[in-house]
Ligand binder design. Structure first.
Ligand code: ZN
Length: 195
């Protein structure tokens, strides 16, 4: 297993819709395993395949919870081809962050309860009801698979500030703006590449 590079806001892959998974093979399991490693190393509670540059409808999540006897246990899974079946009119508020927006947290309203259909890594179908923070995680990750980011849910002034902070972050980290598209077309710099 190995860690993958987490894509930072500004990377076009975060705005693309991921494709349905059709092959439930060893490559999918390996990808999920690597996503778990990447998510744990970054101390995240969820990670969508888009965030490691793969356009597959797959995300991983993991939370620690304290059992009645005080022991801490991890709960989590790999979720494939999730479909939102139902969501409550009751709303939860709370801060939300994203591994593709390091250090940023803003309030995001989400449905309190959801029902989701999905497949596991073996291709078996499941339906699950989720509530609270767990529902928030799954909704956030399902958004990723549709190219939607948590900043799209923010109040306008929060979104303006988040975009500004991400521009600063990319400059500080020396992250290049993504200009090279698949196929090698160089966009935004036409002076010596006109054809
Ligand atoms: Zn995220």
């Amino acid at each position: 297993m190995s860690k993958l590079e987490i894509r930072i806001f500004g990377d076009p892959v975060l705005r693309q819709r991921a494709h349905e998974v059709e092959d439930f093979d060893g490559r999918l399991a390996t990808l999920a395993g690597n996503m778990f490693d990447t998510m744990r190393a970054a101390e995240g509670v969820g990670l969508a395949a888009n965030q490691v540059g793969v356009l597959k409808r797959l995300f991983t999540w993991e939370l620690e919870r304290e059992a009645d006897d005080g022991t801490v246990e991890a709960m989590g899974s790999a979720v494939v081809n999730p479909v939102l079946l139902d969501s409550s009119e009751d709303i939860q508020d709370g801060d939300e962050g994203c591994l593709s927006f390091p250090g940023l947290f803003y309030p995001v309203d989400r449905p309190l309860r959801v029902e989701v259909g999905y497949q596991d890594l073996g291709g078996d179908d499941h339906t699950v009801q989720l509530e609270g923070f767990l529902a928030r995680i799954w909704l956030h990750e399902m958004d990723h698979l549709n190219g939607i980011l948590f900043i799209d849910h923010l109040a306008k002034h929060d979104k303006v500030e988040a975009l500004k902070r991400m521009r600063e972050y990319r400059t500080e980290q020396g992250i290049e703006d993504a200009r090279i598209k698949p196929g090698g077309l160089l966009l935004g710099r036409s002076s010596d590449r006109q054809l």
